[in-house]
Design a protein around this ligand. Structure first.
Ligand SMILES: Cc1cc2nc3c(=O)[nH]c(=O)nc-3n(C[C@H](O)[C@H](O)[C@H](O)COP(=O)(O)OP(=O)(O)OC[C@H]3O[C@@H](n4cnc5c(N)ncnc54)[C@H](O)[C@@H]3O)c2cc1C
Length: 502
């Protein structure tokens, strides 16, 4: 780390500006994993991680609602280099503890600056550096860094506030309205009537966790979602453990098994969606019995895999419904009333507390104001190189993981790419790398970041215009296909004309 004079303020009151080779944004699972790979693969690079929050964890620190857990298995949501030794579906505490071990075992804590919210990042072609302006969230003090390379691990949604639609009459409701992303510490659920609006993974994990305590919980959904049901255990891992196989072997073997099975499942979803649909729904009927209206409440009208399929360990959501402590209403909201929610069907649901498990606000690149040589940068005007880099944006990579496989699989792959790229630049003596469309790409159609026919979660559909564009060639899109990318990303030719070095 070097300390330089801030070029902008050098003539008045010079402030120390810290310089690092690499600046990592965010100390979530991507930022910590990326830092690990950097220390292993490029030990000579100086780096810092800037993080708004007061600790590491990202998603797993922000979300504090009861029952918060992964819906991916931790063998693949965990890093490839650190064995996961617990049950596959993990609580946020278990995930944070795993990340804490990675930080401690690899001496990463000294590289992290918490309570630093980055507000601006400005590239200068004169110096080939990013200048990053952050604010200390505790003191309000501005602080400035320079870096050769930005490694964006800020996730994809705004941590400060979740997405709550506006419904008429919300101000009239006498009870409390809560978003799971800001779960209040003081909320009393005992003997309360609770409505949870939403049918995604958050609603599905929250409801069984609170149903025992509440008088009743109603899951209110506009339309049904797919769920998978299973035991929170992996038989193969248990057998290998009985055989006293080493944990790092178990981790690798179980990862391979899970990835093999997920690939097969994805192929089946595409090849025989109706059969897969039948199988998923029959798992629910098996718990709720033939008299339950599974057709109305748990039969989605889209193909499996178009949205993430939440895993319900030990069928706890459905057991809650079967016990009568929870129920599902499939209807539309007309308006909020003093005592609850009036539905379009005319039925009124009573509630003391309404939880809006209605999703995220998409946040492209951390709400940071980017500029290049003084010109504001709108990522919506760029084209993505494999969902990692952006045309016209030098020395910057975004870790945007997978939705249909564990996010972190891509963190590991992108990290290998960044380290290889940094090594390549060093060998070439290049200070700058910027993706550019090649001659053969100039007539390429420019499409939205994701194909809505293929994957269409609400937070993406609401803000697609903010995201970079996609082309129709593998180089110019985030395919969301781990099974192709595990071979494609390591094979990227860094001397391809899509990379312009200076
Ligand atoms: C409840 C929930 C459950 C999920 N479960 C799964 C799952 O089981 N499997 C799966 O694959 N995915 C899951 N996801 C998706 C999940 O968000 C990702 O898998 C993963 O945790 C993202 O990690 P990340 O480090 O990339 O980003 P995040 O976890 O979002 O962390 C980003 C960090 O960057 C920081 N940051 C952002 N902007 C700035 C800034 N301007 N300055 C400084 N710091 C900044 C944030 O404070 C945050 O700490 C889940 C998401 C949620 C909300």
């Amino acid at each position: 780390m070097n300390v330089l004079a801030n070029p902008d303020t050098a003539s008045s009151a010079p402030k120390p500006v810290e310089h690092f080779d690499v600046l990592i944004v965010g100390a979530g699972i991507s930022g910590i994993g990326s830092a690990y790979h950097l220390t292993q693969q490029m030990p000579d690079k100086s780096f810092v991680i800037l993080e708004t929050q007061e600790s590491f964890g990202g998603t797993w620190l922000t979300h504090k609602y009861p029952g918060i857990r992964s819906d991916s298995d931790l063998h693949t949501f965990g890093y490839r280099f650190k064995p996961w030794v617990g049950p596959p579906i993990a609580t946020s505490e278990e995930i944070k503890s795993y990340m804490g071990d990675v930080i401690a075992e690899n001496d990463l804590a000294r590289h992290i600056r918490y309570k630093h919210r980055i507000e601006r990042a400005s590239w200068s072609s004169a110096t080939n550096l990013w200048t990053v302006d952050a604010v200390r969230t505790d003191s309000g003090e501005p602080t400035t860094f320079t870096a050769n390379f930005l490694w964006m691990c800020q996730g994809y949604y705004r941590h400060s506030e979740g997405y709550t639609p506006e419904w008429p009459g919300m101000d009239k409701f006498k009870g409390r309205i809560v978003h799971p992303q800001r779960w209040p510490e003081d909320i009393a659920l005992k003997d309360k009537k609770v409505i949870v609006i939403g049918s995604g993974a958050t609603a599905a994990t929250l409801i069984p966790a609170i149903a025992g305590e509440c008088a009743h919980v109603t899951m209110l959904q506009r339309s049904p979602t797919y769920f998978r049901v299973g035991r929170n255990a992996i038989e193969l891992a248990e057998t290998l453990r009985q055989l006293q196989v080493k944990e790092d072997w178990i981790h690798e073997i179980v990862r391979r098994k899970i990835l093999f099975e997920q690939d097969a499942f994805t192929q089946r979803c595409l090849a025989e969606p109706e059969q897969v649909k039948k199988e998923l729904i029959s798992q629910i009927t098996a718990v709720l019995g033939p008299d339950y209206d599974v057709e109305k409440h748990f039969t989605p009208n889209y193909r499996p895999w178009r949205q993430r399929i939440a895993f319900i360990p030990d069928a706890d959501l459905f057991e809650g419904i079967k016990s009568g402590k929870a129920s599902v209403v499939t209807d539309e909201i007309d308006r909020f009333t003093e005592n609850g929610i009036l539905l379009k069907s005319g039925e009124e649901l009573e509630a003391d507390i309404i939880v809006t498990a209605t999703g995220f606000n998409l946040c492209v690149l951390g709400d940071i104001a980017f500029s290049i040589d003084g010109k504001p940068l709108n990522f919506g005007d760029t084209v993505t190189y494999r969902g990692m880099m952006f045309t016209g944006v030098p020395n910057l990579v975004w870790v945007f993981g997978y939705f249909r496989a564990s996010w972190t699989l891509r963190t590991d792959l992108v990290a290998d790419f960044v380290c290889r790229l940094l090594g390549h630049m060093k060998r070439k003596g290049a200070k700058k790398v910027v993706p550019a469309l090649r001659a053969e790409d100039h007539n390429m159609p420019l499409l939205s970041w994701i194909d809505p026919e293929n994957f269409n979660p609400g937070y993406m559909m609401r803000n697609m215009n903010l995201l970079p564009k996609r082309g129709d060639k593998p180089e110019w899109q985030h395919s969301q296909d781990y099974w192709a990318e595990k071979d494609e990303i390591p094979a990227i030719d860094l001397d391809d004309a899509a990379f312009v070095y200076d």
